[in-house]
Write a protein that binds this ligand. Structure first.
Ligand code: TRP
Ligand code: SF4
Length: 326
C-alpha cells in the first residue's frame, strides 16, 4: 500500500499564483506516488474571519474549482471539505482536553499573526486553538507525510507533540507525520513584495486573460530604469522573476542581456512574460471553465470525497475512543 499524504488549504481568499505554483501543482504531482487526501479547511478560515464570514462559502467553492482544474484527480485522490466531515470537530474537542495552553501560546505563528493582523481581534479561543484543529485534521488520516510550506512547520511539530502526548497518556493510536517541505520559492507580487492577498498584489487563478495582461502591464520593474534608453538590472526586477518561472531558457537569456543593454524595453519584456504565463495557465483556465459549467458534477465529486474521508476518519475515531476508554 502506498504511503499516505494529507494536506489542506484555507479558503480565506481567491487562490493566487503563489498558492498555485507552491502548493497545488505540488499536490498534483504527489498523486503519482501517494494515496492523497486533500481538503478545504473552511473551519480554519473562520478563525481569522469570524467577524465577516460572508465569503467563506464562495471561496470554498472557488478553491475546489482551482484544485480540480489544476489536475487533482478525484479518481486518485480524496478531495473533500473539512466542515462536511464532523469527525474533525470531534477529534479537535478530544485533543483540546490534553493540549497544554502554553504549547499554544508559544506557537510562533500565533504570535506573529496577531502582530500582523492588528485590525482584527484575534484574542479568541478559536484562534489560539487553530493548531489543535489542524492536528485533528492531520491525525485523523494517519498520514505518513504532510506537504506544507515552511511557515507551517510549528503546526506540524505541535501535531507530533500532541500525537506523542496522546499515545503516552492512553494506548498508542497515532503515528507521527513528517513534513514534505514545498520547495517552490516565494512568488513575488505585482508590486515586488511577496505575493499575498493582504498586499493586494496577486494574480489569481480565477483572473481572466485580459486581467492578467493588465496586471502585468502595470507591474513594477527595476525602479532605476525610468526611460526606454536606461539600462536595467533584471536581478532587482520582479518581472524577471516571472520570466524565470514561465519563460523558456532562451527567452530568459535574451531578456537578461537585453535588459542590461537596453536592447529590450519593459513593455516588450512584459508582453513576453504575459504570453508565457497565459500559455502555462491556459489548460487550467479551460478546465476551470468546464468545471464551473458543471457545478453538479463538482458537487458529486466532493460528496464522494467527503464520504470516503468520513469512513476513514471514523475508523481512527473508534480507535481513539477505545484507547481513551470513552
Ligand atoms: N494551516 C494551513 C495553512 O494555513 C491549512 C491547514 C489546515 C492544513 N489544516 C491542515 C495544512 C492540515 C496541512 C494539514 O496553510
Ligand atoms: Fe524588468 Fe524586463 Fe524592464 Fe528589465 S526589461 S527592468 S527585466 S521589465
Amino acid at each position: 500500500m502506498a504511503n499516505r499524504v494529507l494536506s489542506g488549504m484555507q479558503p480565506s481568499g481567491l487562490l493566487h499564483l503563489g498558492n498555485f505554483l507552491g502548493a497545488l501543482e505540488n499536490w498534483k504531482s504527489l498523486q503519482e506516488q501517494y494515496d492523497c487526501y486533500f481538503f478545504v479547511a473552511d473551519w480554519h478560515a473562520i478563525s481569522t474571519n469570524y467577524a465577516d464570514t460572508s465569503r467563506i462559502k464562495e471561496f470554498t467553492q472557488e478553491l475546489l474549482f482551482d484544485m480540480l482544474a489544476t489536475g487533482i484527480d478525484p479518481n486518485r485522490s480524496t478531495v473533500f471539505v473539512q466542515s462536511t466531515v464532523p469527525n474533525h470537530a470531534i477529534l479537535y474537542l478530544l485533543l483540546s482536553m490534553i493540549v497544554p495552553i502554553p504549547w499554544l501560546e508559544r506557537n510562533p505563528t500565533y504570535k506573529e499573526k496577531r502582530e500582523e493582523i492588528k485590525e482584527r481581534d484575534l484574542s479568541t479561543f478559536g484562534f489560539l486553538g487553530y493548531p489543535v484543529l489542524q492536528a485533528a485534521d492531520i491525525l485523523l488520516y494517519k498520514p505518513d507525510y504532510v506537504p506544507v510550506g515552511i511557515d507551517q512547520l510549528p503546526h506540524l511539530e505541535l501535531t507530533r507533540e500532541l500525537a506523542r502526548r496522546f499515545n503516552s497518556l492512553y494506548q498508542p493510536v497515532f503515528p507521527e507525520p513528517k513534513e514534505l517541505l514545498t520547495q517552490f520559492p516565494k512568488v513575488l507580487g505585482t508590486d515586488g513584495r511577496k505575493m499575498s492577498k493582504s498586499y493586494g498584489n496577486t494574480i489569481n487563478l480565477s483572473d481572466t486573460e485580459p486581467v492578467v495582461r493588465q496586471k502585468l502591464k502595470t507591474m513594477v520593474t527595476d525602479p532605476a530604469r525610468v526611460r526606454r534608453t536606461d539600462k536595467g538590472n533584471p536581478d532587482v526586477c520582479p518581472v524577471f522573476d516571472f520570466h524565470k518561472i514561465f519563460s523558456s531558457s532562451s527567452v530568459i537569456e535574451e531578456v537578461n542581456i537585453g535588459c542590461r543593454t537596453a536592447a529590450i524595453g519593459c513593455i516588450d519584456c512584459k508582453k513576453q512574460v504575459a504570453d508565457a504565463m497565459v500559455e502555462r495557465l491556459q489548460p487550467t483556465w479551460d478546465a476551470r471553465a468546464n468545471l464551473k459549467a458543471k457545478p453538479a458534477v463538482v458537487q458529486e465529486i466532493i460528496q464522494e470525497g467527503s464520504q470516503k474521508a468520513s469512513r476513514f476518519s471514523s475508523q481512527t475515531l473508534l480507535e481513539v475512543k477505545e484507547s481513551m476508554k470513552i
